[in-house]
Design a binder for this molecule. Structure first.
Ligand SMILES: [Fe+2]
Length: 250
């Protein structure tokens, strides 16, 4: 079975449409899973919620914030301004969809768990940045694999239990068609990057495919019509930095 995992769409309709089309027609995945932050930052929150609502989705911090105004103070001024715009734009139906999403989900048969930020206290939307964070999360994992998003930077961590004590290795700077063969006696945490606003100095959408038969994870980068997304940011008077950052991948 092939599973497409995507995260941090952030209202970027052009990027989302491109990625969904690729996953369904090119890769012919059996299932698509969304790791949160469907809205926030860019100009098509309603369209993005409607496009992904048929898939398994979990809640990101931006999805949570649209129905919890008191949570807005945790955001930087640019994110907060975009969220206030998003709250005004979202329909009640779409707000309810976001509000009712779970924070984590465990897939027992396929041996993986998903969370937006971390598996420890997922409601706090903490960041899994480094080996220390990975170590803590490996301690509470009930599955071989954990997929997260939130940082918008693709990265993965491998726990090797055959060493004593167990070791953890981190790999970043992931580019096109990067494939990892899963091994016995190892645990993995994958940060799957961002569809709508990548921040690893690469402006192409980032996502992964988990092949449960081949036992592999493939990272994919896909270009989309950035100019079209950027024009909508301008037209809706969203913060100018949001316009710049999608071209730069920051
Ligand atoms: Fe995000």
């Amino acid at each position: 079975m092939k599973i497409g995992l995507i995260s941090d769409i952030h209202g970027n309709l052009e990027a989302l449409e491109k990625v969904l089309e690729y996953l369904t027609t090119e890769e012919k995945v059996n299932n698509i899973i969304v790791l949160g932050d469907i809205v926030g930052y860019m100009a098509n929150p309603n369209e993005c919620v409607q496009l992904v609502k048929k898939y398994d989705c979990i809640q990101g911090n931006h999805d949570f914030a649209v129905t919890h105004i008191e949570f807005l103070d945790y955001f930087n001024p640019i994110a907060k301004e975009a969220l206030l715009w998003t709250i005004n734009e979202l329909t009640i139906e779409n707000k309810n969809i976001l509000k009712n999403l779970p924070l984590t989900k465990l897939y027992k048969e396929e041996n993986f768990t998903i969370s937006h930020g971390t598996l420890i206290n997922p409601e706090e939307f903490l960041y899994l940045y480094n080996i220390y964070d990975a170590y803590e999360n490996f301690q509470v994992m009930e599955t071989k694999l954990l997929f997260v998003g939130h940082t918008h930077v693709p990265k993965y961590y491998v726990l090797d239990k055959s060493n004593s004590p167990a070791t953890i290795e981190m790999t970043s700077h992931i580019d096109y068609d990067y494939k990892i063969q899963l091994e016995e006696n190892k645990g993995y945490i994958f940060n799957i990057g961002s569809v709508g606003q990548p921040r690893d100095y690469n402006n192409k959408s980032c996502f992964v495919i988990y092949d449960t038969v081949e036992k592999s994870i493939k990272y994919i980068r896909l270009p989309y019509d950035i100019e079209k997304t950027a024009q909508k940011i301008k037209k809706n008077n969203l913060p100018n930095f949001l316009y710049k950052r999608i071209f730069l991948g920051i």
